[in-house]
Write a protein that binds this ligand. Structure first.
Ligand code: DGL
Length: 269
């Protein structure tokens, strides 16, 4: 047993989609969450910048005494995973891309898989590689969606929001044209606007939540090291953001369905 917390990070509130899934699957696990809101969005940054932020975030979480790292940011995962693995050889470092690709390969019936993600994730080609490693015949169509993260970060998640729906429709169109039967939400912010994306894609398409998909792999990695927490207790929950505390608390609380304010602090990174 290991009751130390799991360290989880994203550029903002997106990684809370992984937190929600972790709390449902393993409520006994403690976690420390960091949203690097001062530098969000990561999706339009260069790989070198993303690698710098990723190192800063894992360093911050390590200083909180974590037992494992969950990179709940596809963009960091796609651009800095090699560095995070070599920086942290003493603990499990899990990402979201491989579990999401595995879930998509299991879900698709036609082999036509769509990916909605940030510019930097699409440019890396990480999803094409991950899906085709499992399913070489798959046809992967990846679409960069730069308008979505700023909308989510500003709390505009209601499918009745015209600007949000117009953006979702724009990004859904190439996936519909490609005949995708399965779409990976390849940015952890997107499940927060799942209703808008679902409405834009139309019925009958399987959506894969990359943050949620990662939780099974994380718990397996901990179990393999005999490092799960104390199942008799409820785990501790701490949140940090690097800017815009009030907005982070508001959007995060609305998504998780409980007030994270008393457990959230501003991080000096
Ligand atoms: N939520 C992130 C991801 O999964 C980062 C989005 C961004 O900051 O652009 O890619």
């Amino acid at each position: 047993m290991d009751t130390r917390p799991i360290g989880i990070f994203d550029s903002g509130v997106g990684g809370l989609t992984a937190v929600k899934a972790l709390m449902a699957a393993a409520p006994w696990e403690s976690f420390v969450y960091l949203g690097d809101t001062a530098n969000a969005p990561y999706g339009d940054r260069t790989p070198a910048e993303i690698r710098g932020f990723s190192r800063q975030n894992t360093g911050f979480l390590r200083a909180q005494g974590v037992k494992a790292l969950l990179v709940a940011c596809n963009t960091s995962n796609a651009n800095a995973m090699d560095q995070m693995l070599s920086d942290n050889p003493d603990m499990p470092v899990l990402g979201v891309i491989e579990p999401a690709a595995a879930a998509a390969a299991a879900a698709t019936k036609t082999g036509r898989v769509g990916v909605l993600a940030t510019h930097a994730t699409v440019a890396s080609g990480a999803y094409e590689r991950a899906v085709r490693a499992l399913m070489p015949e798959a046809l992967v169509t990846a679409v960069a969606c730069p308008k979505l993260v700023p909308l989510v970060e500003s709390g505009r998640t209601d499918p009745a929001d015209g600007e949000l729906m117009a953006a979702a429709a724009e990004y859904a169109a190439p996936l519909k044209a490609a005949g995708a039967d399965t779409v990976i939400l390849g940015c952890t912010h997107y499940p927060i606007i799942e209703a808008a994306i679902r409405a834009a894609l139309g019925p009958g398409i399987a959506l894969i939540d990359s943050g949620a998909a990662s939780v099974g792999a994380l718990l397996q990695a901990l179990a393999a090291r005999d490092a799960l927490g104390d199942k008799e207790k409820t785990g501790g929950r701490r949140f940090f953001c690097s800017a815009g505390l009030e907005r982070f608390v508001k959007t995060g609380s609305a998504f998780l369905g409980w007030d994270i304010g008393p457990r959230t602090e501003l991080a000096a990174l």
